[in-house]
Design a protein around this ligand. Structure first.
Ligand SMILES: [Fe+2]
Length: 262
């Protein structure tokens, strides 16, 4: 099983820059790179913040771009998204009985669970009782099958104060649901705009830079809340005895100068 994880596009109205960069051009180039070098992947997941401010034009642009993308792609909302605007542009997207953008993809290596942690026009994440009930039901149905979780907000601190203030609320309630299942194999999340690995309560977790701007690990290193650092997408390989996550900085990849330093 091979899939692609990519996150935090922060698309605005086409033609509009964001923090000095062109988010559409960067997404377009990342998706083309995925098709060129990883077109054999089973699917792709975009883990939230598809848009920067919930602009319907941003979702329309993405929907049309994904229509031309070779991989089946799953999307979930992040805190910068507008659930209804997102769903209007992706009318076929699955929603749970309460209207949250939550759904399951069953595969031979286990069940992939896509969660909706959007709270509203605020930055922190929410996983309310109704959503927890849905997750508990899905994990019960999975029984002994491995479960792979995708969500926008991390349910833990990540040692970046700016991000830790806007993580998932009520993390203990969320952890309690996961504890009901014997084989949560991995959590993939977005939101923090950095590449990081976390081992949380026995569960491996990874996150990625966004495709546009990033969050500096030390804000004083750049003096601004956001930074320009290489975007990356994750190439995830699930094998019998291991899970591999490669981080591909495709927009900053250049051939080495083989004539220097030998
Ligand atoms: Fe984001």
């Amino acid at each position: 099983m091979k899939f692609i994880h990519i996150t935090d596009f922060h698309l605005v109205a086409p033609g509009t820059p964001l923090w000095g960069l062109n988010p559409h051009d960067r997404v377009d180039r990342c998706l083309s790179d995925i098709e060129r070098w990883h077109g054999d992947a089973d699917f792709c997941v975009i883990s939230g913040d598809l848009s920067d401010k919930g602009d319907p034009a941003a979702y329309r642009w993405l929907s049309e771009r994904l229509d031309r993308f070779a991989l089946k792609t799953f999307v979930i909302p992040g805190n910068h998204d507008d659930r209804e605007a997102l769903c209007a542009a992706f009318p076929a997207i699955a929603r749970d009985a309460n209207g949250f953008v939550q759904y399951v993809h069953a595969t031979p290596v286990g069940r992939f669970l896509f969660l909706d942690t959007l709270k509203g026009p605020v930055s922190e994440g929410e996983y309310c009782a109704a959503r927890r009930e849905w997750l508990a039901g899905q994990l019960a149905a999975a029984a002994r099958e491995p479960a792979w979780i995708f969500m926008h907000h991390p349910p833990f601190d990540i040692a970046i104060p700016y991000m830790d203030r806007i993580k998932l609320e009520e993390p203990e309630e969320f952890a309690g649901i996961l504890a009901s299942h014997s084989d949560i194999r991995h959590i993939f999340f977005g939101h923090v705009h950095r590449a990081a690995f976390i081992h949380w309560r026995g569960i491996p977790c990874t996150c990625l830079p966004g495709t546009n701007h990033q969050v500096p690990l030390a804000r004083e290193s750049v003096g601004t809340p956001y930074s320009h650092e290489p975007p990356m997408y994750g190439v995830v390989l699930i094998e019998d005895d291991k899970t591999i996550v490669h981080f591909e900085a495709c927009l900053d990849r250049e051939p080495a100068d083989m004539g220097e330093g030998q």
